[in-house]
Design a protein around this ligand. Structure first.
Ligand code: SF4
Length: 375
């Protein structure tokens, strides 16, 4: 166990901080669908959706999702494919798969009742220390420290912590402050207030210190270091890659395959997709390049899918990022060789564009199928 540190706040300062936070939150806290409830299921869904995604983007997804799956029972009874379909567009699809697994455990091992204990909560797939604290404090109003992106920044500034907040000592110090800030009762509101103030006032760039209701306790503000704190994450170097996604067409239907467990976007359906060597990130698609591309794509289709194509055209391009990769995705449409029948290939099916609308697809696959529908 790492040694427990102490933050710099006295008992009476912590009481005053909590009071000020609660007062500010009652006046300025945003009304959000998941703040109107104490249902741990709804709070949990919102917290998982909010990971890596903004509040504004989450609201419509959240409403649509809970309309279809209003309780853990409905979610546990749904297929993974359907859950992924409702998760489509939110990204980080392992979250969608994990919530279904957790809903099944809640139904089968917890009699449909969410546990209150941090230890029990953290045994559930996809629930880490922060999410467990959010469920326990927001749903049950029980003390539970929380540190996520907004509170991490806020705590670093309150403490004027110049070290790395992601180091062992940094984490230990921030979680200690988070624990010290917990009241014996109404922990939910204090935690909501901390997150909200972190998000709305103690912003990453140009924090609004002049109007901040806890500035008198902020050591970074006192030292004028709020713009340098917290220490920035070292971003990994971005690698550029080129991939092709090929919509193989045959008599009004397209070949799509389900992505396998070891692949990114596992469980979702997509046109066949693979890395390309004959085109670089900056190359123009000239006639000569198009012909090299077609021959490279034909080779992959023959080797991996035993398919032969007649013609190929680049319909559109999509640039997007996945972790440290910047991807130039060449979206190609190819006509199956007329001498071939629509062969059966493992994990694939031939579907019309209208039928594709009912399957979960990664964002790029969906954009491409919509583009095909327009052309
Ligand atoms: Fe953040 Fe400024 Fe408030 Fe300190 S005074 S908590 S830096 S907004």
């Amino acid at each position: 166990m790492p040694e427990k540190l102490e933050s710099q706040f006295t008992h009476s300062e912590l009481i005053s901080l909590r009071r000020r936070l609660n007062h500010w939150f009652r006046k300025h806290g945003r009304q959000l669908p998941w703040r109107e409830t104490r249902d741990p299921y709804l709070i949990w869904i919102s917290e998982i959706m909010l990971q890596q995604t903004t509040v504004k983007a989450v609201v419509p997804y959240f409403e649509r999702f809970i309309n279809r799956f209003p309780t853990a029972h409905e979610l546990a009874a749904a297929s993974e494919e359907e859950v992924l379909q409702y998760w489509e567009g939110l990204g980080y699809y392992s979250r969608g798969r994990n919530i279904r697994k957790t809903a099944i455990l809640i139904r089968d091992q917890y009699d449909g009742v969410f546990p209150k204990s941090l230890i029990e909560l953290q045994k559930l797939p996809g629930i880490g220390r922060y999410t467990a604290g959010a469920i326990r404090s927001f749903a049950f109003d029980l003390p539970a420290p929380i540190v996520e992106a907004n509170t991490l920044r806020l705590y670093c500034r309150l403490l004027n912590f110049e070290g790395d907040p992601r180091s062992r000592d940094g984490e230990n110090l921030l979680w200690t402050l988070a624990e010290e800030l917990q009241p014996k009762s109404k922990a939910g509101q204090v935690n909501q207030a901390l997150m909200e103030l972190g998000s709305q006032v103690c912003t990453p760039v140009e924090p609004k210190c002049e109007t901040c209701s806890i500035s008198m306790y902020c050591h970074a503000f006192e030292c004028g270091t709020q713009n340098e704190i917290p220490l920035k994450k070292v971003r990994p170097k971005v690698t550029q890659v080129v991939e092709a996604t090929v919509a193989v067409h045959h008599q009004g239907e397209y070949l799509v395959r389900q992505r396998q467990p070891e692949e990114r976007w596992a469980g979702m359906w997509d046109f066949v997709r693979f890395p390309i060597k004959s085109v670089t990130f900056k190359d123009k698609i000239t006639k000569a390049r198009q012909s090299q591309l077609q021959s490279e794509i034909q080779n992959v289709l023959t080797e991996e899918y035993h398919l032969s194509i007649e013609s190929l055209q680049v319909v559109t391009e999509i640039k997007h990022s996945v972790t440290r990769y910047r991807i130039r995705l060449l979206c190609c449409e190819a006509e199956l060789n007329s001498k071939m029948n629509s062969v059966e290939i493992e994990n694939t099916q031939w579907l019309t564009l209208a039928e594709l609308e009912n399957l979960p697809m990664p964002i790029t696959g969906r954009q491409f199928s919509q583009e095909l529908a327009r052309t």
